[in-house]
Write a protein that binds this ligand. Structure first.
Ligand code: UT7
Length: 325
């Protein structure tokens, strides 16, 4: 079985409160709190790009795993906010941490990026191709948001989480599932900078170099997918829902988390919530939340953890694992 043998995360030091956003947008602390559950979020400093956050999380995960950088065979960075369109942010991370023997690529699957990366990484181990795979979810996603759009700007935060995957003798990944529905792609888009709409004066005029989102369509998709994907993963592992000790959904909106948990019948005591402190850090949200419960010491050997995400694409996916360290 493949499992997580080391975890690490990093959130930038700059705290942006709802009161800070009230100063630049037609919004209120009350609206943000009640409609999203977010109290504050972290912003990367001007000199930090996504690879800088990823490197800190990766080094913490390597230390926790007691695995050296040159033992890593593959690095996958799940991100929607790479340092540059190319080269891949994973290659920059490979160089910065000194993982000389690692292959490296980015994986873009919306906020489901880390769940996709961990699933693909685990398969590379299961197949016998690699021994140690570093899977990272890292974002400076706030830089892709329009600070004149209250519908998106208040929601997001920056961060990075990393896990070292290896073969394990106890526990590990019990089941995972990945999904995509490209017919819904238009609901969450970063329009410019690709080959469809290269940078131009028109792009600047339309502010197409920022994220555009149909919030309520994404909301409906998310609530539906949280429960559907959870049941699919549990079915695959042939485990009943009441065996889940920790539920870690993607942190996009507290109302989505509560509605998903309620639909499934999972009590909120089992649900890990970090959105109040970090907002939606996209691909980083699940590994950051997982690292938090691990560091707090509340995650016990033998605990069953269900992680489920959804995001641009639209994508969704889940991993069920038994935790052993
Ligand atoms: O990671 C995956 C990607 N993202 C998501 O999962 C996000 C999913 N969507 C959501 O979380 C919610 O749809 C939002 C938080 C984005 C919006 O909440 P909502 O309850 O769906 O509000 P709404 O879009 O229906 O807007 C309700 C009202 C509107 O005003 P009117 O038209 O009723 O006068 C908005 O203009 O709230 C207004 N509004 C705001 N007001 C104050 C929207 N954003 C704000 C704001 N501050 N920041």
């Amino acid at each position: 079985m493949t499992g997580i043998v080391g975890l690490g995360s990093y959130v930038p030091e700059i705290v942006v409160t709802n009161a800070d956003l009230e100063k630049i947008l037609d919004t209120s602390d009350e609206w943000i709190k009640t409609r999203t559950g977010i109290l504050e979020r972290r912003f990367a400093s001007k000199d930090q790009a996504t690879s800088d956050l990823a490197v800190i999380a990766a080094e913490r995960a390597l230390k926790d795993a007691n695995v050296s950088a040159d033992e890593i065979d593959l690095i996958i960075v799940g991100t929607n906010s790479p340092d540059t369109l190319y080269p891949a942010t994973a290659c920059l991370v490979q160089d910065k941490i000194g993982a000389r023997n690692a292959a490296a690529f980015d994986l873009q699957a919306g906020c489901t990026g880390w769940v996709y990366a961990a699933t693909v990484g685990a398969q590379c181990i299961e197949s016998g191709m690699y021994k140690h795979v570093l899977v990272i979810g890292a974002e400076v996603i706030t830089r892709m948001m329009d600070n004149t759009d209250r519908g998106t700007y208040v929601l997001f935060g920056d961060g990075a989480g990393a896990a070292v995957l290896s073969s394990v003798s106890r526990g590990g990944f019990l089941a995972s599932e990945l999904y995509a529905d490209g017919s819904l792609a238009q609901h969450l888009v970063f329009p410019a900078g690709g080959t469809r709409k290269p940078f131009s004066e028109e792009v600047l005029r339309e502010r197409a170099y920022f994220t555009k989102m149909d919030g309520s369509d994404v909301f409906k998709f998310s609530v539906r997918e949280i429960s559907r994907v959870s049941m699919k993963v549990l079915e695959k592992a042939q485990l009943p829902l009441d065996r889940v000790d920790w539920f870690i959904p993607h942190q996009a909106n507290l109302r989505i988390i509560q509605a998903g948990a309620q639909k499934l019948g999972i009590p909120m005591e089992k649900v890990v919530v970090t959105i109040d402190k970090y907002g939606n850090s996209s691909s980083a949200s699940i590994p950051v939340a997982l690292d938090e419960v691990y560091r707090k010491g509340v995650l016990k050997n033998g605990d069953t953890v269900l992680m489920v995400s959804f995001g641009a694409g639209m994508t969704s996916g889940g991993i069920l694992m038994e935790w052993w360290r």
